[in-house]
Write a protein that binds this ligand. Structure first.
Ligand SMILES: Cc1cc2nc3c(=O)[nH]c(=O)nc-3n(C[C@H](O)[C@H](O)[C@H](O)COP(=O)(O)OP(=O)(O)OC[C@H]3O[C@@H](n4cnc5c(N)ncnc54)[C@H](O)[C@@H]3O)c2cc1C
Length: 516
């Protein structure tokens, strides 16, 4: 099983002075595909000529959580990164293969003495790869400098100072694009493979978001100048969320923009509004900016949990839930959920929108997981993998923690069982979103759009509900509620709370299911 990340200290992760001030360096781009606010690049550029490197790792693309849509987004990001480097007179060296083998070959050719890359807290595969790279670097006497790119801290002893440290990290000056960089000329570059060569199956993400830093900057600008005004009010409904949420998540995940850049832009915008907006107190902007800034903190808060406990990717956070659901999903129910054919219009519309666009808003993600984990009683691991493949913004730290929270396996959060019919009525009262994504129901009246099964003759091939909503919800709540009564459950919950949140008391609320 996964070792905890803090059991394998990478001493080289602490930035330090290189022993050869003008040595040749490699800057290894990972999930930080930009040149601005790039600590690894900035530090490397001051200590000698550099080779900018991206390693395309076929084994990583074999992992079940990665998919074709991630690859498409990656290619767009790499294209822009390459163009930006070209304007500085440099080339992005792309190599295909195992990271240790590639680095070893490069070392034989250009004998670099330092490797610079941002700390990566991603999935367990990348963690293991980094351990191998560290071992190799140490065996060659190469210094691996790994600055932080987020407010996530390695080998954190406890959570007590976390919030303070996060703000400190976010308020550090943004690193400018280095103006003087010496590049090591290197002409051999591998061509990027076609997705099929990596075994990636083309999906139906025909309305996917575009990658690349220019897209990230456009999104940030339009969010802060207009789209984000009613963010707090509009983020929960899929009718408005596609436009009113920032849509920056895939860019944070691939690092075309840093969280710090977004944080500082949003803080500046808040200040500008305060100073210049005449109706500031009655405007919706202040609460929009507060909510957005909190979410940027949550981004790192969740990644920190995975950094502290990598088992979260595979195992229920609270052991009482390890075997509560069957190990393998019921294939009929699972397939219906995967394809958006459960018979519950809001669930299906969200799934179909996600398949085509690679994105859905927070509340609807939570509802999709809640429906799979409670109503369909599916184990969370396969649903997590399926959603990881669909979310272009897949970020393991956020993803697995949220999946577990929404499946009720953390033992420290209130159970939230979303009623898909109430969500439908609340978030899409006129059925606009449902009709857009479920053409079979396009002609159904507003009165019936949330419960079309009441008129089966009008369903036009759309399926009847695959479960009885009320019975399934009650059964799931009863099962988990009885587990929570156990005193051992309470004591382990207190330990988990202390480790991941930083205070000791387990809220009484956690034992009463909230039904929405
Ligand atoms: C089951 C489930 C799985 C999720 N998986 C992912 C994932 O793989 N990758 C991912 O980036 N987000 C994930 N989220 C969180 C959230 O839904 C997305 O961050 C958000 O919808 C992204 O859209 P946006 O960029 O427009 O967000 P905005 O609402 O504009 O928020 C700005 C940024 O804040 C961060 N953020 C927002 N909400 C959260 C949250 N609840 N927790 C942590 N960070 C947050 C994201 O980085 C986001 O880009 C998941 C949520 C759930 C319920």
């Amino acid at each position: 099983m996964a070792k905890t990340r803090d059991q394998s200290p990478n001493e080289a992760s602490i930035p330090r002075q290189t022993t050869h001030p003008r040595s040749m360096n490699i800057v290894w781009f990972k999930r930080d595909l930009r040149l601005h606010d790039h600590a690894a690049l900035s530090q490397a550029a001051t200590s000698g000529p550099i080779l900018p490197l991206y390693i395309l790792e076929p084994d990583l693309w074999q992992q079940p959580d990665l998919s074709h849509r991630h690859y498409v987004f990656l290619l767009e990001c790499l294209k822009e990164l390459e163009a930006s480097l070209n304007t500085l007179g440099a080339k992005l060296v792309i190599k295909i293969g195992d990271a240790v083998e590639i680095l070893n070959q490069l070392h034989q050719n250009i004998s670099f003495s330092s490797l610079f890359s941002h700390q990566e807290t991603w999935n367990y595969w990348t963690y293991q790869r980094d351990q191998r790279v560290l071992k190799w670097a140490q065996s060659k006497g190469i210094i691996w400098v790994e600055p932080r790119q987020h407010g996530v801290f390695r080998r954190l002893k406890d959570r007590s100072q976390w919030g303070w440290r996060w703000y400190q990290e976010m308020r550090k000056p943004i690193l400018p694009l280095p103006t003087t960089i010496d590049f090591i000329p290197h002409h051999h570059c591998d061509g990027l493979p076609h997705s099929q060569e990596l075994g990636l199956i083309e999906g139906s993400c025909s309305q996917h978001q575009m990658g690349g830093r220019s897209q990230a900057l456009k999104l940030l600008d339009s969010f802060l100048t207009s789209r984000g005004k009613d963010y707090s009010k509009e983020m929960s409904s899929p009718v408005t969320a596609f436009e009113s949420c920032s849509r920056l998540s895939p860019h944070f995940s691939f690092g075309t923009i840093s969280i710090r850049e977004a944080f500082q832009a949003a803080e500046k915008h808040s200040l500008d509004l305060k100073n210049h907006l005449h109706d500031f107190s009655s405007s919706s902007w202040p609460s929009a900016m507060r909510s957005f800034l909190s979410r940027l903190r949550w981004h790192c808060h969740f990644i920190q949990k995975l950094e502290d406990n990598p088992k979260i990717e595979f195992k229920s956070i609270h052991s009482a839930y390890a075997h509560v659901r069957p190990e393998l999903p019921d294939s009929e129910l699972f397939d219906a959920w995967k394809q958006g054919r459960t018979g519950f219009p809001m669930v299906d519309a969200c799934m179909r929108a996600l398949i085509k666009t690679g994105w859905i808003n927070f509340r609807m993600r939570a509802m999709l997981v809640s429906f799979a984990s409670y109503h369909l009683w599916l184990p969370w691991q396969p649903t997590a993998i399926y959603l990881a493949q669909l979310f272009i913004d897949y970020e393991p730290g956020i993803h697995y923690c949220q999946i577990q929270m929404q499946s009720g396996t953390t033992g420290i959060n209130a159970l939230r069982i979303y009623n898909p019919i109430i969500q439908s009525i609340d978030q899409d009262p006129k059925g606009v979103f449902i009709k857009a994504w479920i053409p079979e129901l396009a002609h159904v009246s507003e009165a019936l759009i949330h419960t079309p099964w009441k008129q089966p003759l009008l369903m036009n091939g759309y399926p009847l509900p695959i479960i009885d909503e009320k019975t399934a919800r009650k059964k799931a709540a009863d099962s988990l509620y009885s587990l929570r009564k156990n005193p051992e459950h309470q004591s382990l919950s207190a330990e988990i709370l202390n480790k991941h949140v930083g205070h000791r008391r387990v809220s009484n609320k956690s034992s009463s299911p909230i039904k929405k």
